[in-house]
Design a protein around this ligand. Structure first.
Ligand SMILES: Cc1cc2nc3c(=O)[nH]c(=O)nc-3n(C[C@H](O)[C@H](O)[C@H](O)COP(=O)(O)OP(=O)(O)OC[C@H]3O[C@@H](n4cnc5c(N)ncnc54)[C@H](O)[C@@H]3O)c2cc1C
Ligand code: FES
Length: 322
């Protein structure tokens, strides 16, 4: 590495970021899969191959400027790179580690929605709201957010099956006993300290990290006001609703709002998108800390709504599932 003079080996097909971590060298990163651009470095010498050329953080001008993202680039030749910084220890919120994991539990939660429990080779260190990257096949790395609290060797993910798409097909084809490699934690959607109200917003399987945050708030007896919004298509897809109801009841000051596109009889919450449940409350919640997760259309709609209501950008923490 040019800036520190250190060198490390990148295995065939291995992301440069992972190779550096394996060598005890910490380079800048955040998302780990190609969306944020935090890991961009300058290539002083040598050539790389991009493992995910369509990654959102890859820009057409990068090649001209000799810049690349280390989380999705591997070495084609000997390389000299210039990162913005390098350290021999991880940042406190991102102590990312490589684990071996065995699938030990699979539970059907709703139509095409399952909870997967993996037993790791060592206790998992992460903050509720963060996610793991699972190696679901050769070159098939996908992000899944932990639904349970850290501290044990078990990590749980709530995932939806998308027929014909490789990551979710790979995960849903897994049966107990199956082993895979998994890296965690990644991401920035962890609970900030403070006294402002907390607004948690989940769309579909966005419930996975939002449930972890709700479990954390309930377990720690956090005194802040908490407003939970959770949307899905049908009541059967609104998985973990009962647990969320119990968690809200256990918090000192929490309210729970549901939104269903196609509700059945007896549904007393909003009919429509989660944005329709959220909007009537936004006027008085504008000074809150917001945490949101879900599929891209939902995340984009909520982000647009928050911006339109003047929520400060540094108070919005989100994971857009794609
Ligand atoms: C931060 C984050 C957290 C997530 N948490 C959950 C969760 O808890 N539960 C859940 O069900 N889903 C979650 N997802 C979505 C999940 O990772 C998959 O996108 C989804 O299962 C569909 O993947 P697929 O391979 O089946 O579909 P595909 O259409 O093949 O891929 C879906 C997405 O994966 C990404 N991708 C494609 N190629 C690569 C690559 N080479 N390397 C890395 N990424 C690539 C792209 O963003 C693409 O849009 C999360 C996504 C993100 C980004
Ligand atoms: S693009 Fe986010 S860490 Fe590489």
């Amino acid at each position: 590495m040019a800036t520190t003079g250190e060198s490390f080996e990148v295995r065939e097909g291995e992301p440069i970021l992972a190779a550096a971590r394996r060598a005890g060298i910490w380079l800048p990163f955040e998302c780990g899969w190609g969306s944020c651009g935090t890991c961009k470095v300058t290539l002083l010498d040598g050539e790389v191959d991009l493992l995910f050329p369509d990654a959102p953080a890859v820009q057409t001008r990068d090649a001209r400027r000799r810049r690349t993202i280390t989380c999705q680039a591997t070495a084609r030749s000997d390389l000299t790179i210039k990162p913005s910084w390098a350290s021999d220890r991880p940042r406190e919120e991102l102590p990312t580690a490589d684990h071996r994991a065995e699938l030990v539990e699979v539970e059907e939660l709703g139509p095409g929605i399952r909870r997967f429990g993996f037993r790791l080779d060592a206790p998992a260190t992460y903050r509720p709201g963060q996610y793991a990257i699972l190696q679901l096949g050769p070159g098939l790395r996908r992000c899944y957010s932990m639904a349970n609290l850290p501290g044990s060797t078990l990590v749980e993910f709530i995932a939806k099956r998308y027929p014909g798409r490789p990551g979710s097909e790979g995960l849903f084809a897994s049966t107990p006993g199956q082993r895979l490699a998994l890296e965690l934690p990644y991401g920035d959607m962890w609970l900030r300290p403070g006294t402002r109200p907390v607004v948690l917003i989940a769309g579909g399987t966005g419930i996975s990290p939002i449930l972890a945050l709700a479990r954390q708030l309930a377990a720690t007896g956090d005194a802040r006001a908490v407003h939970l919004f959770y949307g899905a298509n049908t009541r059967a897809e609104l998985v973990c609703w009962e647990e969320l109801t119990a968690l809200a009841a256990a918090m000192p000051d929490a309210t729970l709002h549901g939104a269903l596109l196609r509700p059945g009889p007896g549904w007393t919450h909003t009919t429509g998108f989660v944005t329709e449940a959220l909007e009537p409350h936004l006027g008085r919640l504008v000074d809150s800390d917001f945490y949101l997760a879900g599929p891209p259309p939902m995340a984009d709609a909520v982000l647009a709504l928050l911006r339109a209501h003047g929520v400060q950008l540094d108070r919005i923490h989100f994971d857009r599932f794609g």
